[in-house]
Write a protein that binds this ligand. Sequence first.
Ligand SMILES: [Mg+2]
Length: 165
Amino acid sequence: MIRLLTPDALADKVEDISVDQLRAMGVRGVALDLDNTIVPWHTADVTPGAVAWVGRLLAGGLRVCLVTNNYADHAADVARDLGVPIVAGALKPIPTAFSRALAALAVPAAQSVVVGDQLFTDVLGGKLLGMHAILVNPIGGREFFTTRLMRVMERPLLARLRQTS
Ligand SMILES: [Mg+2]
């Protein structure tokens, strides 16, 4: 179980993850979380750093697919603006969320990575399918109660991970 909740790498924010780092992991496709990973909660405003980062991934020949539990229209707007496909209403960590993303990316799980801010949805969901996973620090802002509850449960695990990495 711990293995399924252990990201391959930690990053402060997505733009700290380099194309070279992803290539070294054997990654060709990126399943990218939306809320608190590239946009502050419940906005359609992707941070400028994240927009530039997605551009670098695409220019580097990597494929990118957004995967979000969010159903809101703004999620589709973000995907259109970034020029990437989206799996919305994804019900992470249920594996169908990421298997749909893998189909959109057209890469095998072992050549893909989940990038997201939550252990129990992003990391767990990806690991259940054999994907790599990189955990980023959440962009600040308001959150659902369920998300806040998840973070309380994440805290002791994250403390352990940071001690050993
Ligand atoms: Mg998130």
